[in-house]
Design a protein around this ligand. Sequence first.
Ligand code: SF4
Ligand code: SF4
Length: 82
Amino acid sequence: MALIINEDCTACDVCVLECPNDAINEGDGMLYVIEADKCTECVGAHDEPQCQLVCPAECIQVDPNHQENQEQLQAKYERMHG
Ligand code: SF4
Ligand code: SF4
């Protein structure tokens, strides 16, 4: 599953540099946004989602609309990183 940022985001910018897939961007509004097609839950790079670890607002959750298993997440990572 990709992760999603909820409305508690304070746009603090802390998560952006932690993402190994460059999947987090400043959104159009006040909230930061995770690109679902780039988020691998950090599979391929880290043992756990780095953005969740560093987010002071605890506003990053799994996105039930983007169901993927471990193999799919690994394949997604490898597609991006060759
Ligand atoms: S879980 Fe990992 S890959 Fe997904 S947005 Fe967070 S830091 Fe990036
Ligand atoms: S670390 Fe959390 S509060 Fe800060 S920009 Fe990222 S999602 Fe928003």
